[in-house]
Write a protein that binds this ligand. Structure first.
Ligand code: BGC
Length: 850
């Protein structure tokens, strides 16, 4: 059944004429029923559909390095020792991968087929200590896979870090890296081998339920945050997992929707953060629940074999999302590991295990592919040196947290709260500040707080499983992307503590709905702080009618009414927002009595303290919006598709034979790109954020970076030089690793300018670079391609340098399947460039020369 503008199509892969006879018969044969790990099952299997086109791309077990490391430009890098943040280098992990592959091949040399397949098959839901587990085999101790992208899930004595969206909101690479590093260390202390993050879907829909786990609605910002997070996590010794590959942009029917995305959009937008994760040496990628162009992500030959493994040269392994494997033949289309192992969680059946063995034994799948799968998994383990005997084994039980025999209750927190507090402040965006409302001076006589979001949860911070409910301050969303709070500082606690110092008189109400009382209490206070929020999460939990995705973009618990009730009685009303994503603020944003707005996102365990630092000016706000806040929900280019399929329950894994088609027809124009292209005025644009001081920019210069060393191995082959070809407007040549080729990503242009702090206080600024391709390129008007953070004292100046690579100035040429200059190179007129303070406010303008 279809409703509204949703089309529904049958699930079927584009059939290929090259299907060979044995494969055809294997595809139509019901596989054996169970693995050795779960032999109890006599249940029938549910594999009834054939969705897999046969690979037209070869796979090689180990891509050949195409370039030579050059010290100072492409340093040979071990993942445990990544380059410093901001170093103008592209780390070269080839040697580390080669060593790891050598060790993996040696370890696996005597493994039987059955043993190798066991490495690729999770032990099944709730059959191990972690949320995903690979069993021990001979000298290999097995693997513990554990969520989440903001800390260690299902464990105690861990830190609840700021959510991914807050990491992006800092636009500060050092903080992003340190967050990754500290989360990585906590995973290692708990004995986790593979941390299931970062999550890097793009926030195509403002109401998408899991947007907060990720890094916002721009591919470049998301890619930079992903890059630093992976380098940080793996720097600590845990393997990272880039998820969810790909186009898992809404929760509603996530297992029954086909995201239909054209090749250019896929390359330039949705795949870009994954490319950056590969360049950071990520060892694993998780394929998503949805279909892409009619084929499930975990059996999507095009996405996994062609783009990820061939074009990006990804040398780690691909695991399924939990229950997202759809067939045994997925092994051929690139899937390396099935998680949690069973077909549906707890089914005691598997598409891998004995079924995969049978496919090898009957000649359908070559054993060399099994070797490749097992080698990729074991090599990743060696790549991170997890074979060292001191690497901790799992010391917590994700499913039985009170079991005394499996929980050691190790305190993993260290002093990570300091980073949480700093990042909480650095990710708070000052959206409005009039009549000197902020920062507070300490001279306030009366301060009133209104709203449940100001206060603590009624029975502690872990009242709801996986945070699937709301009580008190909102510091993370819900679902698998969560961690338990060891403690949670609410604004009420932190503000009281601070106010005592200033002898300020404090009052509060946590009741969101008693508007009359809130209004009365607001009368004659020096300042009123109104707290509102908005929550979302993963589809397996429904909160207040929100099935993962948000059902609207307005504040929860009538928050807008509370703001108006207070603002109607007090002319110094400051609104604080804890939200998973954009909200429509129109009912009160222009109210003359609303003098300030602080956008705090989801700051984690130090929520209240971080807010106090910004409120009182100990931290000068430097956060910038990682998405657009519109005036109307209808201004956004897309909405969550709310189609219903007869007989199907949203949120249940796969199984149906009809799916929702979701056309990504806005193509390159998501978020600010759409508002710019369609000339729609947003309320607050992407990249926007105020400070307690002001900055001026001057002296723009754009120069070509001279070439250092010979990064282009092709030169010696008598072939045309890659860099010169690109400069001449030709597309890159497709090859294994061609999109991650070091030469393409090396610094090519140096953009420098001066930033002067023209205000009265020290502050941090985030200069942003937007480029403008000529109309012939078919790009949105402005595209973010660079940013940095700079701290400057009052009255002082700093020279800022931002490097751009050839890749940064490229568009994806669909015909030639390569990256090329957007202006066509020589004679193309150059590419426009703006240095600005947001996507809409430019300060300096130039042209990138050829
Ligand atoms: C989520 C993943 C998560 C996995 C394991 C799935 O439902 O989509 O992000 O890592 O569960 O908990």
């Amino acid at each position: 059944m279809t409703i509204a503008n949703v089309s529904v199509s049958s699930v079927s892969g584009s059939s290929s004429s090259s299907i060979n006879a044995s494969l055809t018969s294997a595809l139509t044969t019901t596989p054996a029923t169970t693995t050795s790990a779960a032999s109890a099952a006599s249940e029938p299997l549910t594999q009834s559909r054939v969705t897999v086109p046969i690979s037209s791309y070869g796979f090689s077990s180990f891509p050949v390095p195409s370039e030579t490391a050059i010290p100072g430009v492409f340093p040979v890098t071990d993942p445990n020792d990544p380059p410093a943040v901001g170093a103008p280098v592209v780390p070269d992990f080839e040697a580390a991968w080669a060593t790891a592959y050598g060790k993996a091949e040696a370890l696996l040399a005597n493994f039987t087929l059955h043993e190798k397949i066991n490495i690729t098959t999770g032990v099944g839901w709730e059959n191990g200590l972690c949320v995903g587990n690979v069993g021990a085999i001979r000298d290999f101790p097995g693997l513990c896979l554990e969520d989440s992208p903001l800390g260690v899930r299902d464990a105690d004595f861990v830190t609840a870090f700021p959510a991914g969206i807050n990491s992006a909101t800092t636009w500060n690479r050092s903080l992003m890296r340190r967050r990754g590093l500290f989360m990585g260390r906590e995973h290692v202390s708990k004995g986790v081998n593979i941390a299931l993050g970062p999550m890097m879907n793009l926030g195509r829909n403002a109401a998408g339920g899991r947007n907060w786990e990720g890094f916002g609605a721009d591919p470049f910002l998301s890619g930079e945050t992903a890059y630093e997070t992976v380098l940080g996590l793996q720097g600590a010794g845990v393997q990272a997992c880039a998820k969810h590959f790909i186009n898992n942009e809404q929760e509603h029917y996530r297992t029954l929707e086909s995201s239909n995305v054209d090749d250019r959009t896929q390359h330039e937008l949705y795949a870009h953060p994954f490319l950056k994760a590969v360049m950071a040496g990520v060892t694993s990628v998780m394929c998503s629940y949805n279909l892409i162009n009619g084929t499930y992500a975990c059996e999507n030959d095009k996405m996994i074999n062609d783009i990820l493994k061939r074009e990006f040269g990804f040398q780690g392994f691909v695991m399924s999302d939990w229950g997202a494997t759809e067939s045994t033949i997925s092994a051929i289309t690139g899937l390396d590991m099935t998680m949690a192992g069973d077909i549906t969680l707890g089914s005691h059946t598997t598409f891998f295990g004995q079924n995969l063995t049978a496919y090898v034994e009957n000649g359908t799948i070559p054993e060399s592919r099994i070797d490749d799968m097992a080698t990729r998994i074991i090599a990743s383990w060696y790549f991170l040196h997890q074979d060292t005997p001191t690497y901790p084994t799992p010391n917590f039980n994700a499913f039985l947290p009170s079991d005394p025999t499996t929980n050691a209750h190790i305190d993993a927190q260290d002093s990570h709260y300091r980073l949480v507090r700093e990042m909480g402040a650095a990710s708070t965006v000052l959206l409005k500040n009039v009549r000197g409302a902020l920062p507070l001076t300490g001279r306030e006589r009366g301060l009133f707080m209104a709203g449940s979001d100001a206060g603590p949860a009624d029975i502690g911070p872990n009242k709801f499983v996986d945070q699937g409910g709301q009580s008190g301050v909102l510091a993370m969303g819900w679902g698998s992307g969560t961690a338990n709070f060891t403690y949670l500082i609410s604004p009420y606690e932190a503000i009281q503590h601070r106010a005592r110092k200033h002898r300020t008189s404090i009052s509060w109400t946590f009741n969101d709905f008693d508007l009359a009382r809130a209004g009365n209490m607001a009368i004659s206070q020096t300042v009123c702080l109104v707290f509102i929020n908005s929550d979302s999460g993963e589809d397996y939990i429904v909160v207040d009618g929100n099935e993962g995705d948000r059902k609207n973009l307005t504040a929860w618990h009538g928050g807008d009414d509370l703001v108006l009730a207070v603002a109607s009685q007090n002319n110094n009303t400051v609104v604080i927002v804890h939200s998973v994503g954009p909200l429509i603020l129109e009912r009160w944003i222009d109210h003359p009595n609303v003098t300030g707005v602080l956008w705090a996102g989801l700051p984690g365990t130090e929520a209240g303290n971080a807010l106090v630092d910004v409120l009182y000016g100990d931290w000068n706000p430097s956060g910038r919006l990682p998405y657009t806040i519109a005036k109307n929900a209808g201004d956004y280019p897309t909405m969550v598709v709310q189609g219903e399929i007869e007989g199907e329950t949203p949120g249940q894994a796969g199984g149906g034979d009809v799916v929702l088609d979701i056309e990504y027809s806005e193509r390159l124009e998501i978020d600010y790109r759409w508002f710019d292209a369609k000339n729609i005025t947003p309320r607050f644009e992407f990249g926007f954020g105020l400070s307690y001081t002001t900055f001026e920019y001057s002296n723009l210069s754009i120069v070509k970076v001279p070439r250092v060393g010979d990064a282009d191995a092709d030169e010696d082959d008598g072939e045309e030089d890659d860099e010169a070809r690109w400069d001449a407007g030709k597309a890159t040549r497709i090859a294994e690793g061609s999109s991650t080729a070091l030469w393409l990503h090396r610094p090519a242009y140096n953009v420098t300018f001066e930033v002067t702090n023209t205000g009265d206080v020290y502050g941090g600024d985030i200069p942003q670079i937007y480029i403008h391709h000529p109309p012939s390129a078919g790009e949105p008007p402005s595209i973010l391609r660079g940013f940095t953070n700079v701290e400057v004292g009052a009255g002082e100046s700093a020279v800022v340098s931002i490097l751009l690579s050839r890749y940064d100035l490229s568009i994806w040429d669909v015909e030639q399947q390569g990256w090329r200059r957007g202006d066509g190179g020589e004679g193309g007129g150059g590419i426009g460039l703006t240095v600005g303070v947001s996507s809409r406010e430019g300060r300096l303008y130039g042209v990138v020369p050829v």
